[in-house]
Structure formats: structure tokens, C-alpha cells
Design a protein around this ligand. Structure first.
Ligand code: FAD
Length: 284
């Protein structure tokens, strides 16, 4: 339950899943969700593909998680291309399905968006959407945060100032961008606390089980790769099974250390991989 995170009853465990790209994969995702549910997470969040044709799939997935699997579901929602009416329609669709939690994100500028559209967007930042949701819906809101700062932010300090605004506007908990060095996270938490950010923060962990991920998800996230992890990829990257084991082991060590340091929650970026996720959960 998300309450475990909000009340800090225990270190919560949660998963992130994504709507698959093809219809065939989409049909298979429900079986995967059953496997994730068997691991008894406190909640599962589902990403939102901004503007894409798969955008509506997030609602279907979170509805299944909430209503069939009876696990708290968080629907991600990006506002960069949204008008107020779009946002309202999306919220109504979620509330009709009994969804109570959303992850309010600005999102990245879609390639198809012109300068004019981007500069005149209705919601400039995630905080603008948080304010709107607070004023117009009963949804509970999560926000994103960046232990190594968001790539557009002028400085770490300005990013934290804006994060505080997001929390003050109504984000009741935060989930971090993935990171591979716990020290980075501990420093971020200290600085966030000093800035007056006291809501629970879930640590986002992604197991790197193939060298390919470094060129895709990791690069996109902007997260730095410590030498220990790049050495591991250099040593095992060519051997699929060894790399998988080493990547899982790295994530497990990260999580154990975070738990020892009393982290509020562990949020696993599952990449829709139940087997890898199960192996990690069994070791933590
Ligand atoms: P914001 O909080 O709006 O911040 C964006 C930038 O604007 C930051 O640099 C911030 O410092 C700055 N800023 C904020 N307020 C102000 C202000 N008032 N004045 C000046 N600058 C300001 N993307 C998807 O498309 N779909 C997803 O489902 C998705 N899920 C995610 C989940 C998590 C946990 C994370 C960490 C990221 C996710 N993303 C997702 C990526 C996210 O959309 C991008 O990182 C995006 O670039 C920023 O979104 P945000 O909500 O963090 O933006």
C-alpha cells in the first residue's frame, strides 16, 4: 500500500512498468503484471508516452493493477503538450477507473512540437499541473526528482528550489531518477532536507543487465555511471548470463545499502522484466 510509504511504516517496495509498443506485447503485459503482483509490491506505477498513440494504454494498465490485482496504482501523466481540457479528460478517465494516484510530470518536448507550441504551452512545469490537479481533482500526487539534477536545470540549487515549489504545490511524495551511486542519493537527500523538503522520497533503481541499456535508458536518464559499473560492463558485457548476474548483484547491493540507511522506499525500474525483478526481490 502507498500508505506504507506516506506514513513511513516500512521501506516501501514499488515497481515501474511501461505500456509496450506493439499490440501483441500489450496483450502479454497483463501476464507480466500478474507476476509482478505475486512479488507483493506496495504499489506499481505505469509510465505515460507523451502524445503517442499508446498514451491511452496507461489508463488500461493502471486500471488492471488497481481493480484486478488490487494493488495501488500510480498513473504517470505528462503535461507538456496538454491543454487544461486534455488534462481534465485524462483525470476523469482515471477517476472513473478508481485510480487515486498520479505522477505529475512535465515530460520532454515531443519532436513534433513546434517552437511556437512549446513556448505557448499551457502548463510550463510539472508544478503547474500539480496546482491544477490539487484545485480541480481529488487525486493524490507524486513528483519526479533528480539526485544528479535535471539536465535542463541551471544549477543543483535552482533544481532544488523548483522541487520545493512542486512539493509546496501538493506533491505528497517523490520518486527519483535512476542512479547508480548511493552516495549521490544520500547527498541529494541531505540537501533536499536542508531545503525543507520533508515528504517521502523513493529511490529509483534500475538493474543494468545488458551493455545495451547503457546506450539507451541510462543515457536518456542523464545518470552518471560509476567506474565499478562501467568495469563490470567491460568485464561481463559480452557474456549475456554473466552480465545479467552481475547487474542483478549490483542492484541488490545498492538496495541493501539504501535499506540500511533507512530509505523511505525502493522503486524498481523493471523494464517490464518480471524474472529479473523477482530475482532482485528474493535477495533483498
Ligand atoms: P519539472 O519538474 O517541470 O522540471 C523540469 C525542469 O524545469 C527542471 O530543470 C526544473 O529545475 C525546471 N523548473 C521547474 N520549475 C521551474 C520554474 N518555475 N522556473 C524555471 N525552471 C523551472 N517522461 C515521460 O514522458 N513519461 C513518463 O511516464 C515519465 N516518468 C518519469 C518518472 C520519473 C520517476 C522520472 C524521474 C522521470 C520521468 N519521466 C517521464 C521523464 C520526465 O518527463 C523528464 O525528466 C522531463 O524532462 C522533466 O519532467 P519533470 O516533471 O521532472 O519536470
Amino acid at each position: 500500500m502507498i500508505e506504507n510509504l506516506l506514513n513511513r511504516t516500512k521501506t516501501s517496495l514499488s515497481f515501474e512498468v511501461s505500456p509496450p509498443k506493439t499490440e501483441e506485447e500489450f496483450q502479454a503485459v497483463f501476464g507480466k503484471l500478474e507476476s509482478f503482483a505475486a512479488l507483493k509490491p506496495d504499489f506499481i506505477s505505469c509510465t505515460y508516452g507523451a502524445g503517442g498513440s499508446r498514451a491511452g494504454k496507461t489508463v488500461e494498465i493502471v486500471s488492471y493493477i488497481q481493480n484486478q490485482l488490487h494493488i495501488d496504482a500510480i498513473a504517470h501523466m505528462t503535461c507538456v503538450g496538454f491543454k487544461q481540457a486534455d488534462l481534465q479528460t485524462n483525470c476523469e478517465a482515471l477517476q472513473k477507473e478508481g485510480i487515486r494516484y498520479v505522477m505529475a510530470l512535465r515530460g520532454d518536448r515531443p519532436q513534433a512540437m513546434t517552437d511556437e507550441q512549446f513556448n505557448n504551452r499551457e502548463f510550463f512545469y510539472a508544478t503547474d499541473m500539480v496546482r491544477y490537479l490539487k484545485a480541480n481533482t481529488s487525486l493524490q500526487i507524486a513528483g519526479a526528482c533528480y539526485p544528479e539534477k535535471h539536465y535542463e536545470a541551471e544549477s543543483f540549487e535552482s533544481d532544488l528550489t523548483h522541487l520545493k515549489e512542486k512539493v509546496d504545490a501538493g506533491a505528497s511524495f517523490l520518486i527519483t531518477q535512476l542512479f547508480f551511486s548511493n552516495d549521490v542519493f544520500y547527498r541529494f537527500k541531505e540537501r533536499a532536507a536542508a531545503a525543507g523538503i520533508t515528504v517521502p522520497i523513493c529511490a529509483g533503481i534500475m538493474p543494468v543487465i545488458s551493455a545495451k541499456q547503457i546506450g539507451t535508458s541510462v543515457t536518456l536518464s542523464g545518470s552518471s555511471v560509476p567506474k565499478e559499473l562501467s568495469d563490470l560492463i567491460a568485464n561481463y558485457g559480452e557474456n549475456k548470463e554473466d552480465m545479467r548476474k552481475a547487474g542483478i548483484d549490483y542492484a541488490v547491493r545498492q538496495i541493501r545499502d539504501l535499506k540500511e540507511h533507512g530509505v523511505d522506499g525502493i522503486h524498481l525500474y523493471t523494464m517490464n522484466w518480471p524474472k529479473t525483478t523477482a530475482e532482485i526481490v528474493s535477495q533483498i
